[in-house]
Design a binder for this molecule. Structure first.
Ligand code: FES
Length: 185
């Protein structure tokens, strides 16, 4: 058996000189969000939302900036951000394909839908294509169980999916004009 070790200590955090938590964002948060909370720390969730809204995802550098801004440990900011599924700690593609992996869809073989997406896009679950066009994720129950296996192509519900239908939906999304999911800064 081979063990593949992860070089955690040598992990490189990409950094850029321009902050993600810009002065404009900070002053907006200070004006509209912070006054609603007793402590700065209390504003962690809305601050993370604001950063994600601005950039489409939350880079590690941004987590550090948020932590400094709110006087919390970077680890706490990370714990919180990684706990909630709605926060993206990796860049998100222009289009997001979300396959449900909960029980009703599992019974209806959601795996073959995920597999069709992986083959079509050439990525694994949790990854984004090199051109930044597609991110593939699996989520818990989408509330569409009567249409299992179900998935979302951006905001469009896709029920009783088949490998053929999801492949077609991906093609349509690829050719559709941008629908405003991407963040181009
Ligand atoms: S289990 Fe898949 S939509 Fe509910």
């Amino acid at each position: 058996m081979a063990w593949i070790t992860k070089n955690s200590a040598g992990m490189k955090i990409p950094r850029r000189s321009e902050p993600y938590l810009t002065e404009a964002l900070k002053s907006e948060l200070t004006r509209t969000i912070l006054p609603r909370y007793e402590t700065r720390r209390g504003a962690l969730l809305p601050t993370l939302h604001a950063v994600q809204h601005e950039w489409g995802w939350i880079p590690w550098q941004a987590l550090e900036e948020v932590a400094a801004f709110l006087n919390v440990a970077p680890a706490e900011a990370w714990d919180t951000a990684s706990f909630y599924e709605e926060f993206w700690l990796q860049p998100k593609g222009t289009n997001v394909i979300a396959v449900c992996r909960s029980i009703a869809c599992e019974v209806c073989d959601h795996k073959k839908i995920t597999q069709a997406c992986k083959e079509k896009l050439g990525i694994e679950v949790g990854e984004t294509t090199d051109d930044g066009k597609f991110t593939l994720v699996e989520l818990e129950c989408l509330g569409l169980c009567e249409g299992a296996p179900a998935c979302l192509v951006n905001e469009d519900m896709h029920m009783c999916a088949t490998p053929e239908s999801i492949t077609k939906a991906i093609d349509q999304a690829k050719n559709a004009p941008s629908h405003g999911h991407g963040h181009h800064h």
